[in-house]
Design a binder for this molecule. Structure first.
Ligand code: HEC
Ligand code: HEC
Ligand code: HEC
Ligand code: HEC
Ligand code: HEC
Length: 342
């Protein structure tokens, strides 16, 4: 049985995706009166004037947020306003997403305009004069609070359990003082990349964790260490995990045994006021340097040990046994071989 993102036995109530602006101090640099005189800005206008940002955004998952096949399959199974409000912000969430909103996805205006003001563009703090033909409001909100509107939210049954919690993880990390955009929008030809490749960038994923493997007789020790990750690894969607696989082989190269360790969020049912609700039972993702130990079965006489660390997308498993989850996609981040002890 496959369960969707939102469901786990409990009845669904449609909750508001946190589309509200969280107040943050900001400095307004809009020319006096521009808010009333200038025409309202549209995505077409932004794209026409800002070709560099538009080009990288075109290939991003933000642009494809309502039209990629994983989302379309998932929202077909769970056709909720809750999903559409965030993935298809230009559509009417109460009905199937129309073609224009589906193609648009999350756009320039979604991130750069505050609701109710279509003339002043939100930009990051920077010194110097503004030469834009539109109002510009400089605020740290763009690179962080704007992200948190969508990258932190509860399950739709509104019981306070987080479906994604990247902003909270970020606040608790060693990089709390570094904005999301500082890491996720590298400079590209004098502009800031809007590609947000992240989990589709296999090389970046591999750089995000180091693995140190060591064998001492029948004892194996792995040190996993996230590198420059400003939150849990993996973060975001709940169907992500890292899997460390260890396979022992005999002298002829025949596999003897396979062991695995998973680093993901573990959910399970819990009782609350006579109802069964979903609860996070454990969060076993990587936050800091983590040591993992395995002991080999000496009687099987293992000669060679092959190991690998994979970044996996899985389908939700109704059981708490991570080995029963269906793996829908994976990227190998690191692998190696540990020979027999000398
Ligand atoms: C008529 C052309 C035009 C339109 C339309 C336009 N911009 Fe601009 N924008 C400019 C120019 C010119 C500047 C100043 C030079 C620069 O930074 O590129 C600017 C500046 C900016 C900046 C500040 C860059 C900095 O200094 O930090 C941002 C952010 C921005 N625009 C985003 C947008 C967004 C988002 C839209 C649509 C909602 C938009 N612009 C619409 C021409 C335009
Ligand atoms: C997911 C949110 C998001 C979307 C979507 C988005 N932007 Fe941005 N944009 C940002 C952030 C955050 C920054 C500031 C990066 C920094 O300086 O830390 C930025 C910076 C910019 C800048 C100034 C820096 C530069 O590269 O010149 C421009 C111009 C800009 N965006 C235009 C656009 C346009 C045009 C679109 C649509 C094609 C767009 N943005 C879509 C979040 C977004
Ligand atoms: C309007 C909601 C919204 C806003 C605002 C937003 N995002 Fe996203 N973001 C999404 C959605 C939805 C996806 C995933 C689309 C998909 O995979 O279907 C996504 C994808 C991403 C990814 C790629 C994830 C992956 O697995 O590869 C990164 C990185 C990211 N966002 C960072 C940011 C940052 C940084 C900001 C703020 C500057 C931001 N986002 C603002 C909704 C948003
Ligand atoms: C110190 C740098 C840093 C900061 C700050 C940071 N991230 Fe990341 N993030 C990473 C790295 C590294 C990865 C791994 C893949 C990659 O390199 O893009 C990642 C991955 C992701 C992913 C893809 C899921 C995954 O784990 O593979 C999302 C979504 C994301 N970040 C969102 C955010 C948001 C939202 C914020 C701010 C609340 C943020 N990040 C802050 C470095 C950072
Ligand atoms: C408040 C915003 C928000 C809501 C509500 C939301 N999502 Fe997402 N969704 C995101 C963000 C942000 C990501 C990207 C995180 C990442 O890539 O790790 C994402 C990623 C995804 C992905 C891509 C996973 C992958 O492996 O790349 C799918 C599919 C998806 N969401 C489906 C749904 C469905 C179905 C619903 C409704 C049950 C839903 N989402 C509700 C913000 C939201």
């Amino acid at each position: 049985m496959r369960l969707g993102r939102a469901r786990l036995g409990a009845a669904l109530l449609v909750a508001t995706a946190s589309a509200l602006w969280r107040g943050e101090p900001s400095a307004s640099a809009s020319p006096a009166g521009s808010a009333t005189r200038a025409p309202a800005l549209s995505d077409e206008a932004c794209i026409a004037c800002h070709a560099d940002a538009a080009r990288t955004w075109q290939g991003s998952m933000h642009h494809a947020s309502a039209s990629n096949s994983a989302y379309e399959t998932a929202v077909y199974a769970e056709p909720l306003a809750f999903c559409r409000r965030c993935h298809a912000p230009h559509g009417d969430p109460s009905r199937e997403t129309g073609e224009a909103a589906r193609q648009a996805g999350i756009t320039c205006t979604t991130c750069h305009l505050r609701s109710g003001d279509a003339r002043t563009v939100l930009a990051s703090p920077r010194a110097g004069p503004v030469s834009a033909p539109h109002g510009v409001e400089r605020s740290t909100a763009l690179g962080q609070a704007v992200c948190a509107r969508c990258h932190e939210f509860d399950f739709p049954d509104a019981r306070g359990e987080r479906m994604q919690k990247t902003a909270t993880e970020h606040r608790a990390s060693a990089y709390a003082a570094v904005s999301c955009s500082s890491c996720h929008m590298p400079a590209a030809g004098g502009h800031r990349s809007h590609a947000f490749a992240a989990s589709r960038d296999a090389a970046a994923l591999a750089r995000a964790v180091s693995v140190d493997a060591d064998r001492n007789g029948d004892r194996l020790r792995f040190i996993l260490e996230p590198r420059g990750v400003g939150h849990a690894f993996p973060t975001g969607d709940l169907f992500r995990r890292l899997t460390l696989t260890v396979v022992t082989e005999d002298a002829a190269g025949r596999p003897l045994a396979t062991k695995r360790r998973y680093f993901g969020r573990v959910f399970g049912p819990a009782r609350s006021g006579g109802e069964i609700v979903r609860r996070e039972i454990a969060d076993e993702r990587l936050f800091t340097r983590t040591e993992v130990n395995f002991s080999l079965d000496r009687r099987a006489d293992p000669t060679t040990v092959r190991w690998q660390l994979d970044y996996e997308r899985v389908a939700f498993s109704p059981t708490r046994h991570p080995e029963e989850a269906v793996v829908e996609g994976s990227v190998t981040l690191a692998r190696g071989t540990l020979g027999p002890p000398p």
